[in-house]
Design a protein around this ligand. Structure first.
Ligand code: SF4
Length: 735
């Protein structure tokens, strides 16, 4: 299914993202958290707590690095609303875990902020408040009694660079490289794929570059919901006569037309057309489509041969593979007509400055790395790297997920970073291979993990196969959580094990400034300083104190790492490109990490050339499971956090539902509101409400994390990313 989505499109005018309903929703949220609170939070010089696009910091409030005027952003307000909650009264913890299990994810998050350490003994069914000294002593005792390689350390992308750095250093000095972050469940395939092609793993362009692009691809992503202000970039591209090509099995309303709240013209006209071409391949067929676009470009002689000859290698093998792949195998896999793919390629051939942006619709597959490499191949074919306003842009999720990886919260550090850490701190670090996130849970399931430190996030909800996740986490004898609010991860997978929850400051409450890295490799400084709660501590203070108690005879005084300036000096001295971090606390000078942006076509590979990659198509669908399901996030959701049950863009009123395309509805005689069952090799979702949606035949959608019950733990072998977005399922009518 491919068509030009323009003013002549058949889409009804009512299909609009953004607009008055978004403004009203945001105003309602603001009034709930109070005008004074929200003004203070939104004006302060802190990085936005939500998506990785990056806003705020020293430019103030919701302003970006180009000082563009602030505008309403639903996601940012939602994140604030969670932090600006009163504390949960201690009496609530007289309830049992079974009582808490009755609450939905949304209800748990909205009980309030945690304001006291909570302890749950092994086998107990209750959390009980505990004082800080007792809690930290207990945590240190449990880790001291654990063989380090029978433990793991995890961080979400919410935490600061400073906290992440102390966490990974603590884990390594304690004796394990089982250090990982949530990117193993999102963009790890991007890092691996880009590393193979261009030698670096993040965006090659700045936000400023977006302003000069005449074509922006949005592949496997829904920025209208997940990176709201990115839609302004798409709108601006259209307004200056450029193209926006959306590749997504689901026809997302917010990518068809979007009423940009800060644009009067956009609001009054009922929305701006976003996609100039909207292409809907079958779920999981991205590689076939991307190869087909490459084949069409070859046949149209639309290559930049000068660039290819001077700056790449491996092109002959790539060309031979495409020539030997017949059109029928590509079109039958992706479900698109050859003429539509050729038209898309012709659009690309017309562009002089193309940006390729992609999200987890590309990475969440068993061939996620192949998909990323295939996107990079297309950029190489037309020389779209190493020049202004053209390049590669992975749309990163959480506001500091990229930074957490940069500063070393990962199981494998490069030898030069390890050596720099050893030299800076005059110590030795372990060289044993660390386990990635899912491998840690597999080890836990096998009874090989006795302790875990989980900083932020919700590892239970984020993990595929909810039954496996619950069992694996309960087999970890002792779990230490650092968090601002309660979530299902603190309630499930707890039946037998011991757990301690330490309440932490939110980013804008940090007593010292912290730093975060955006998906444009831009490092922001957050002032912190807002005081809302009386009994929370910063993550850095907690980790430094834990290090002091756990490693009292260690090579240096962990307590000294309470000082964020000292932590930043260590990062600047040991992590390439982060040198400017050393004095950011006093200079307040935000910066772009060195060596990341490609301003010339010289790549970070041994010979400076980018490397074309050749891929085989994945095997076809399993016949017993004729549908392919992608798990999706809603407008009222951020990662595993649920702010609203309904999804205003897709028209769903609750989350226990399945979205079905027109041909499948007709074939199965399903209509809106009917009940259906989804069944996979791993689990069943019954009594789901059917909602109509614009999808290709055989492709279905259901909300994450609820749909995790259907998703297996098979991973992309090249990146260890689970296949959250291509799950073979059966769809049965009725309950
Ligand atoms: S687009 Fe992302 S970074 Fe910008 S304000 Fe919205 S949530 Fe924050």
């Amino acid at each position: 299914m491919s068509e030009r989505a323009s003013e002549t499109s058949a889409d009804p005018i009512t299909i609009v993202g953004g607009g008055p309903k978004k403004v009203l929703y945001t105003l309602r949220t603001l009034s709930r958290i109070g005008l004074l609170n929200s003004t203070k939070a939104l004006k302060a010089r802190n990085t936005c707590k939500a998506c990785g696009l990056g806003m705020g910091g020293q430019h103030g409030g919701m302003t970006n690095e180009l000082d563009e005027f602030p505008s309403v952003c639903n996601k940012s307000i939602q994140a604030q609303s969670s932090d600006i909650q009163p504390p949960i009264p201690n009496e609530l913890f007289e309830h049992t875990l079974d009582d808490f299990k009755e609450l939905s994810a949304h209800e748990l998050e909205h009980l309030g902020r945690l304001n006291t350490p909570l302890y749950k003994p092994a086998g107990s069914n209750r959390y009980q408040p505990m004082d800080w000294d007792q809690a930290l002593t207990l945590a240190a005792e449990r880790f001291a009694a654990t063989e380090p390689n029978r433990s793991f350390f995890y961080s979400s992308g919410r935490s600061s660079n400073e906290a992440g750095f102390v966490l990974q250093l603590l884990a390594r000095l304690y004796g394990t490289n089982n250090v990982n972050n949530c990117s193993y469940y999102c963009h790890q395939a991007t890092g691996v794929g880009l590393g193979n092609v261009i030698g670096t793993g993040t965006a090659t362009i700045s936000l400023e570059d977006m302003g000069g692009a005449d074509l922006i691809f949005v592949i496997g992503a829904n920025p209208a919901s997940n990176h709201p202000r990115f839609v302004h970039q798409l709108q601006h591209c259209r307004e200056r006569g450029g193209q926006v090509i959306v590749i997504n099995p689901a026809r997302e309303p917010g990518l068809v037309r979007f009423a940009v709240p800060k644009s009067a013209r956009s609001m009054l006209s009922g929305g701006t057309w976003i996609a100039s071409r909207y292409v809907q391949p079958n779920i999981g067929s991205d590689l076939a489509l991307l190869k087909a676009v490459g084949k069409a470009l070859l046949e149209q002689h639309a290559l930049d041969t000068t660039f290819i000859e001077a700056h790449t290698e491996g092109f002959d093998a790539y060309r031979t593979d495409l020539e030997q792949t017949d059109w029928a195998s590509l079109t039958s896999a992706c479900g698109l007509d050859q003429s539509d793919i050729e038209a898309l390629a012709a659009d690309y051939a017309r562009a002089e400055h193309a940006v390729f942006a992609w999200g987890m619709g590309i990475t969440h597959h068993r061939n996620g790395v192949d998909n990323v490499e295939a996107i990079a191949n297309l950029a190489l074919l037309r020389g779209m790297l190493g020049k202004p306003s053209a390049g590669l842009l992975p749309l990163r999720g959480h506001s500091n997920v990229q930074g957490i990886g940069t500063i070393g919260v990962k199981p494998v550090l490069s030898e030069d970073v390890l050596a720099a850490l050893e030299s800076h701190f005059d110590l030795e670090l372990p060289r044993t291979q660390g386990l990635d996130t899912l491998a840690c849970l597999r080890a836990a399931n096998a009874g090989e993990m006795d302790a875990a430190l989980l900083m932020g996030g919700n590892l239970y909800a984020a993990t595929p196969d909810a039954t496996f996740a619950r069992r694996a986490l309960d087999r970890v004898g002792f779990k230490l959580y650092l968090t601002t609010t309660l979530n299902q991860g603190h309630i499930h997978g707890m039946e037998r094990s011991e757990a301690l929850i330490l309440p932490v400051t939110a980013r804008d409450e940090e007593p010292q400034s912290t730093t975060q890295e955006s998906m444009f490799n831009y490092v922001r400084l957050s002032d912190g300083g807002i005081r809302r709660l009386t009994n929370v501590r910063s993550e850095v203070a907690i980790l430094a104190e834990l290090g002091k108690r756990l490693l009292p005879a260690g090579p240096f005084d962990f307590g000294a790492l309470r000082e964020h300036d000292r932590v930043r000096s260590a990062i600047a001295a040991t992590v390439p490109g982060m040198e400017a971090l050393a004095d950011i606390g006093t200079s307040h000078q935000e910066f772009t990490i060195g060596g990341r942006l490609l301003t010339s076509p010289t790549f970070n590979t041994p010979n400076g050339k980018a490397r074309f990659q050749v891929h085989s198509l994945p095997v076809a669908r399993e016949p017993d499971f004729p549908f392919t399901l992608a798990s999706i996030r809603s407008e009222g959701q951020f990662n595993s956090i649920i702010y609203e049950e309904s999804d205003s863009y897709r028209g769903t009123e609750h989350r226990w539902c399945v979205l079905v395309g027109p041909e499948d509805r007709e074939r199965l005689s399903l209509k809106a509101g009917d009940k259906a069952t989804l069944r996979s090799a791993h689990g069943v979702m019954e009594n789901l409400t059917v909602y109509p949606f614009n999808l290709p035949t055989g492709s279905l959608l259901a909300y994450y994390p609820e749909a995790n019950i259907l998703i297996g733990t098979e991973q992309d072998p090249r990146s260890q990313t689970p296949a959250f977005k291509s799950v073979p399922v059966q769809l049965e009518t009725g309950t």
